[in-house]
Design a binder for this molecule. Structure first.
Ligand code: GLC
Length: 801
């Protein structure tokens, strides 16, 4: 077992002094006397890539993680040297490379303060068994430094003091601290002295991260093979670190169709057709909004992907159409394991074309999954991905399925000790042939990528929807994700909260947990509290194994049904707010959920908070994570916030008790915010409305809010058919001004805004719309202090006393 930071350096090798240096546009090449090469590439002023080779030669420079669309270019680059260092300066960073040791230290180019420094820095151990090296990096950890990110780790938000491994693993009923689980996202952010930076270790082998676990003052990361190849991303704001990482590894290629942000209902499994209809009909009867219904593995014929069990589903096309007429999109599961069956067309094709993974000496990789013995497509081969995409034609184009759920793609293999392929399995790795040691962590992402391309093609002109269980950095470009097989316990509710926050700060915002828990069955109270959290995750789906009973919103009695309806309705009302947050995410990489440290890093009280998060830009959420409680203590970040339920204004920057009976939860709105709301619909597009609500929370001072809109599906928005409205609110003691600025040429069907004023400190005596006096009775100023106004207003001015 390799322990990177052990004081005893047995087996470790180190670079010696630099004997050669060369600059090649944005890349600096160093080589040492003992043959180590270091390439430093300035990607952006705040993003520097470090790449080390122990042989003097580098591998073919290929990455699944980094997108070809990543921004490149810097405004300033200068390299100097003195006796001790080479010094690389950009407008944001100063990077010093020590001539004798190749050790690196990084400083803020503006205040010259140290951000991060190698401890021993790059070192390695030769790997006799597999060839190559185990590549290692160690860095000094400052006393007050904290760490975040790393994808789906089921632990508290701050990672300090812990050690993790990245090796995608099927982890049924994982628990708190189980490591690794389904995803491998080798990216973390750190903060120290109000400066935040991130490290993306772009290496798909098994990687490990130690955050001052083994030694209090050392952080380290290492991989079982491949190159020491990492990106250093500087903020100093953590939000900028996350944005830059998301830029590097990619934003989603398209906005999701709006229905995908609605409520989804799933179970293992709904069948036959009558059972599916019973569930969807009950949603409509009980008026609980829902947009998607899932078919788990039992819809297939003997678990053969791309087939249907004709007894359970005699006419899938008709059923899917009927569901759609009722406002339900059908999402079906597709796993990677292809049943070995000479009469099964997908298997035959895969075999004929030689698309299945093979063992080192030539036999196929045979493993057991749901259908029994299977072979597995090598999704790291572009030709196989193309074939796989094509398999979706019938499902999507003909039958009308709207979304695909990729599961078991770690890949999961049953009844074997390591739950996956053996190490010797061969992969194409897009023309860089390798063993499973290198391809394992990327396998699920390449499957989701191939699925995404199939859906994109056959759903056109509509937008595709894909969900995956396994993921490596960059998977967010193609797919949404869930956290795998969690459990119906209170502890898991807290884990789900932390995972969703952690995924968002790892560049992957379109994520959610199995609401209510996958394994076992929740009590009504736990289900209710989980729904309350889940409606504030970008992906919102109830799923359960079905082994222990039903998990639809109505099975826990009337009280729970009513509360669930109330919160799902709130999700539907807030869809324009979520859609705007999603637009921000795909536009500039802003995470949809913001852990408090990311929201306000200057306030050190946020560095160890795990429960509270900001949803979008202006809504503060804190789920109730314990039974039998009528409220909880929570930290409200600095600034003034309105209690969503009571409109009471509280001053943040402190912990406080917040009441929350079962039908409530702590929700706060940032002072000055303009929150857009749709009327309640049973599904996206059910209603045409004349107006939408803007909830305006008075502030003495200024605040700006945004509202993005488009056709909610299709790609016209990429050609300018969107609208982006900015509302600038200026509140004074007896006045309120709202200025609207609009960009884009999309025109929504609704014509008016119903602006609802919360906590106006004055009686409105007169108003001006676009500088024209308007009689109060013309704008329906009701008792609720609201104004109905043409949606194209540019300025609304309220005067009062
Ligand atoms: C896996 C998935 C789960 C699914 C089940 C059957 O356990 O994680 O969501 O329901 O397989 O397909």
């Amino acid at each position: 077992m390799i322990v990177n930071t052990e004081l005893e350096q047995k087996g470790n090798l180190f670079p010696s002094e630099i004997i050669n240096y060369r600059k090649d546009v944005d890349t600096l090449h160093f080589s040492t006397k003992n043959g180590v090469a270091l390439q430093i590439t300035v990607v952006r002023d705040s993003v520097i890539r470090f790449r080390y080779s122990t042989t003097g030669k580098f591998e073919n420079d290929f990455s699944y993680g980094v997108t070809i669309h990543a921004s490149r270019g810097y405004s300033f680059l200068d390299v100097t040297e003195n006796e001790t260092y080479y010094i690389i300066t950009t407008s944001k960073l100063i990077c010093k490379v020590e001539k004798l040791s190749l050790q690196v230290s990084l400083f803020d180019a503006i205040d010259l303060k140290l951000i991060n420094q190698d401890e021993i820095g790059f070192h390695w151990e030769e790997c006799y068994e597999h060839g190559g090296d185990i590549v290692k990096m160690s860095k000094t950890c400052q006393k007050s430094e904290s760490f975040y990110g790393l994808g789906d780790k089921p632990v508290d938000v701050n990672l300090k003091g812990k050690r993790f491994e990245n090796w995608a693993t099927d982890s049924y009923a994982f628990g708190k601290d189980t490591d690794p689980i389904y995803k491998a996202i080798p990216f973390y952010t750190a903060i120290q002295d109000n400066k935040s930076y991130g490290i993306f270790f772009d290496n798909t082998f098994k990687t490990s991260f130690d955050f001052a676990h083994e030694r209090r003052n050392v952080t380290s990361f290492w991989a079982q093979g491949g190159e020491m190849n990492y990106y250093f991303i500087y903020g100093p704001q953590m939000e900028d670190v996350v944005k830059n990482y998301t830029d590097l590894t990619g934003k989603p290629h398209a906005l999701p169709p709006l229905w995908a942000l609605g409520f989804h209902q799933c179970k293992w499994s709904y069948y036959p057709e009558a059972n599916v209809k019973e569930v969807t009909n009950t949603f409509r009867d009980l008026k609980i909004p829902c947009d998607a219904i899932y078919l788990d593995i039992d819809y297939m014929d003997g678990f053969r992907c791309f087939t249907w069990d004709k007894e359970y589903f005699p006419d899938p096309k008709r059923m899917v159409k009927e569901l759609e007429d009722d406002g339900f999109k059908t999402v079906v599961i597709i796993d990677p394991g292809i049943k070995i069956d000479a009469d099964y067309i997908v298997f035959k094709e895969g075999l004929d074309k030689d698309y299945f993974c093979k063992r080192a000496d030539g036999p196929y990789m045979k493993g057991k999954v749901w259908p029994g013995e299977c072979y597995f497509p090598d999704y790291t081969n572009p030709e196989v991905r193309e074939w796989w995409s094509g398999l979706f034609k019938e499902l999507i184009e003909d039958i009308g399925v709207k979304g695909v759920w990729n599961d078991m793609n770690e890949p999961a293999v049953m009844d074997v000790p390591n739950k996956s392929f053996p190490d010797d399995v061969r992969h194409d790795y897009d023309g860089n042939p390798c063993s499973h040691r290198k391809a394992h962590n990327i396998y699920g992402t390449q499957m989701a990528r191939a699925t995404y391309h199939g859906l994109k093609k056959y759903a056109y002109p509509k937008r595709p929807f894909v969900i995956t269980r396994s993921a490596y950095s960059g998977a967010q470009r193609y797919t949404s994700t869930w956290m795998g097989d969690n459990v119906a316990t209170w502890e898991h509710l807290a884990i789900a909260n932390n995972q969703a926050q952690r995924m968002a700060m790892s560049g992957f915002s379109f994520a959610g947990s199995d609401i209510g828990g996958f394994a076992e069955q929740p009590q009504g109270e736990l289900f209710t509290r989980w729904i309350q959290l889940g409606v504030f995750h970008a992906f919102c789906r109830v799923h359960s194994s079905g082994d222990h009973g039903d998990q639809e919103p109505w099975v826990f009695g009337e009280e729970v049904t009513d509360i669930v309806r109330k919160f799902v309705e709130l999700r539907y009302q807030l869809l324009p707010y979520l859609y705007t947050a999603f637009w921000k995410y795909i536009n500039d990489g802003t995470p949809i959920l913001k852990s408090l440290v990311l929201y306000d890093q200057e306030d050190t009280a946020t560095h160890y908070r795990s429960d509270e998060f900001v949803y979008g830009e202006q809504i503060l959420i804190c789920p109730i994570q314990e039974p039998n409680t009528k409220g909880r203590r929570m930290y409200v970040p600095k600034g003034k916030w309105y209690n969503f339920w009571t409109d009471e204004l509280v001053e943040g920057g402190k912990e406080m008790w917040v009441d929350a009976e079962l039908d409530s939860m702590p929700i706060f709105i940032k002072e000055g915010a303009v929150i857009p709301k749709y009327p309640v619909q049973q599904y996206v597009g059910e209603k045409n409305f004349d107006d939408i609500t803007l909830d305006l929370y008075y502030k003495e001072g200024k605040e700006s809010s945004k509202l993005y809109d488009d056709a909610h599906d299709g790609y016209d928005y990429k050609k300018g058919r969107f609208s982006l409205r900015t509302f600038k609110v200026t509140g004074k003691k007896e006045e309120l001004i709202i200025q609207q600025h609009k960009r884009g040429d999309f025109n929504a069907d609704y014509t008016k805004f119903n602006i609802v004023f919360h906590n106006l400190p004055f009686e409105i005596t007169s108003i001006q719309i676009d500088n024209v006096d308007t009689p109060l009775n013309e704008v329906k100023l009701g008792e609720t202090q609201s104004i109905l106004i043409d949606k194209e207003f540019t300025e609304l001015h309220l005067f009062g006393k």
